[in-house]
Design a protein around this ligand. Structure first.
Ligand SMILES: [Zn+2]
Length: 396
């Protein structure tokens, strides 16, 4: 429980300084440079994959522009403007984000309190987490026409306290077609107005909007950056941090999620599962299915995702790709050994089973039956170890 509190409230204590954001050194420098050289573009699109920190960067940028005492490296963090930014209550800072309108007149302002809470809890949040915050798990999110009109109204006001007023739009992918209503205000914004759009999928953004913004591409974080954040800031033990970083592929949101949920022994459990399947040890397989069925859905999904990733490394090894350098030591040793006893076709068939299981878990399958069924498939696949390389398994 203490751990959960530590994770959930970690970000509440910090303002959004550039120095608080994981990695992205070059992007931070470029952003600061635009302010120093007075080249602040009135419409900028931060395009980065989930968990790369693009939303946090957009906010840090806005805070930096508004800071009353900024240095060439960062905002001061303590001036009146920074203090208001740290609670997302600066009168010249506006947000727009997808929401779940109960009627056509609703705008994102109806959910600003939830937005502040969700963002301050985790500036790396994704749409799932935002849905969860709104108790809107299965609903369709969008940025509706009423919201577009509201944005135009808001931006027609003069700045209250800062030189600029800023609108940060998170996930413009969710703008309705009516998003074109915003074109004029993006192209010729009222004076001292900044549009910062934060997106993940370039091809889902209205082209008309895309062509009117200056694109800033943000890369995923490296495994090392994620790992060090987990160790230094979240007190995750090193080995577990390596494993989570490896699994989350640069997505800090996923890494934070996994550090809350990780059962801590994905490697041990998954390799034991394969070993017992290989040995056709039915008692152990039944015990395992029983235990795994009690983990909870999210842990089960993470475990299966981990398994897929581990087996993909085996495939890479079998295909002759020299990829083992970046693996944590236990995984490296396993991949090395397993690729000596399994063929490419077998490994492919195993991955196929694990992916199918993930699909079914997501759709509420009975976990105990499912894990046992996968165990039987594993046993069947691994039995024919002399199958020539390149032969494919055929399933009923
Ligand atoms: Zn400041």
């Amino acid at each position: 429980m203490a751990d959960m509190l530590k994770y959930q409230f970690y970000f509440l204590i910090c303002t959004m300084l550039f120095s608080e954001i994981v990695g992205q050194k070059e992007i931070k420098q470029q952003l600061i440079q635009t302010v120093v050289e007075q080249r602040v573009s009135h419409a900028r699109l931060f395009l980065g994959p989930e968990g790369s920190g693009s939303l946090a960067l957009a906010l840090a940028y806005a805070q930096y522009i508004s800071c009353e005492n900024s240095s060439p490296e960062d905002s001061c963090g303590v001036c009146a403007s920074c203090r208001k930014y740290s609670r997302l209550i600066h009168p010249d800072l506006h947000f727009s984000y997808p929401f779940f309108a109960k009627n056509k007149d609703e705008t994102s302002l109806n959910y600003i309190q939830e937005w502040r809470e969700a963002f301050l809890k985790n500036p790396y949040l994704n749409l799932d987490e935002w849905r969860h915050q709104l108790d809107a798990e299965n609903k369709q999110a969008n940025i509706n026409i009423a919201e577009c009109h509201q944005i135009i109204r808001k931006l027609s006001l003069k700045p209250f306290e800062s030189e600029y007023k800023v609108l940060i739009m998170w996930l413009p992918e969710y703008l309705d077609k009516e998003g074109n209503t915003l074109l004029k205000v993006i192209e010729e914004p009222p004076q001292k107005t900044l549009f910062l759009l934060v997106a993940q999928n370039q091809d889902q953004i209205l082209n008309t909007i895309l062509s009117r913004t200056q694109l800033m591409k943000i890369n995923r974080l490296s495994d090392e950056e994620v790992k060090h954040h987990l160790i230094d800031r979240m007190q995750v033990p090193e080995l577990q941090a390596s494993r989570i970083a490896y699994l989350s592929e640069g997505n800090l949101q996923m890494a934070l999620q996994l550090s809350k949920e990780d059962n801590g022994n994905a490697f041990g459990d998954f390799t034991a599962w394969l070993r017992n399947s290989f040995a056709n040890n039915m008692i152990a397989l039944i015990d395992f299915s029983d235990a795994a069925s009690k983990w909870g859905r999210e842990n089960q999904k993470n475990f299966l995702r981990y398994g897929t990733k581990l087996l993909r490394e085996v495939m890479m090894e079998l295909s002759g790709a020299d990829n083992l350098i970046h693996l944590p030591p236990n995984e490296k040793e396993f991949v090395d050994k397993f690729s000596r006893i399994a063929t490419l076709a077998q490994t492919e068939a195993l991955i196929n089973e694990v992916e199918k299981a993930h699909y079914h878990i997501e759709r509420n399958a009975n976990a105990k039956i499912l894990f046992l069924d996968v165990s039987l498939q594993f046993t069947r696949i691994l039995k024919f170890k002399t199958l020539p390389k390149g032969t494919h398994y055929i399933y009923q």
